[in-house]
Write a protein that binds this ligand. Structure first.
Ligand SMILES: [Zn+2]
Length: 252
């Protein structure tokens, strides 16, 4: 026995400026099991109690309402075979067959993975949430600087988000602080954004947020980001005085 995939296409009548066409999607798609194509065709015709042409000349289209397409399914035709298999909705667990969706002219979704559009949307929303959490967990906290090339003045900040996102936020949600004022009043090519420290928490660290702020304070002092740069205030918390020894010579 072989498996045959078949489609019954219906004729879409000719319009004022349109020739008759075989409409898409097919009226029905199904599978027949038979020893050969001829027997498969006989089986389908018995099922519908009528005969179907498999080829119709364009000039004869008005004589035929339906066209039958039969193709033998091989093992490697997995995308067609899958349509006839029980599929479990990845969101709610409902079992469905994709072929039933293709045969339902009112189907709301032909998703291969979800039973309904609502399940598809719910899964998409959850995936976005999960991606966000994964990113937050994976991206290490960093101290970054935004440096104005023409003046050497810097802005130092900390972020636990992917650092390119933070840079984008500075540009997209400007406030009236001197950093954003300088950003807004100059060409983007005058700025460079870089990570100056990837936070590695000491083994005995008990307060991660405080530790990040401590490292930020270190860099703000080291780069004179308040006096000569764009930071407005020093972050609250102790400055690590033992590490405030970087040369400041080339800052304006
Ligand atoms: Zn579902």
């Amino acid at each position: 026995m072989a498996k045959f995939y078949y489609q019954i296409k219906g004729r879409q009548p000719a319009g004022p400026n349109r020739e008759a066409e075989w409409a898409w999607p097919p009226v029905f798609s199904g599978m027949a099991e038979a020893d050969n194509r001829k027997l498969a065709k006989a089986q389908i015709e018995e099922l519908y109690e009528r005969q179907f042409p498999q080829r119709v000349l364009r000039t004869d289209m008005t004589d035929h309402a339906y066209l039958l397409h039969i193709q033998e399914l091989r093992e490697h035709d997995t995308y067609l075979l899958r349509r006839f298999e029980d599929t479990t909705c990845k969101e709610c667990g409902t079992v469905f067959k994709l072929i039933d969706k293709y045969n339902d002219p009112n189907t709301e979704t032909t998703s291969h993975n979800y039973c309904t559009e609502a399940c598809k949307q719910a899964a998409r929303f959850r995936n976005v949430q999960e991606l966000r959490l994964v990113n937050e967990g994976r991206a290490p906290a960093v101290i970054y600087q935004v440096r104005q090339k023409s003046t050497g003045r810097v802005y130092v900040g900390q972020t636990t988000q992917p650092f390119t996102l933070r840079w984008w936020q500075h540009l997209s949600y400007p406030t009236s602080c001197k950093f954003h004022a300088a950003l807004g009043g100059s060409d983007i090519t005058d700025w460079e954004f870089s990570v100056i420290e990837v936070i590695v928490y000491p083994a005995d660290c008990t307060n991660r947020a405080a530790y990040i702020t401590q490292r930020e304070s270190h860099w703000i002092e080291a780069l004179s980001a308040v006096e000569a740069g764009f930071n407005t205030i020093r972050p609250a918390g102790a400055v690590d005085q033992t590490q405030v020894t970087l040369p400041l010579a080339d800052l304006a």
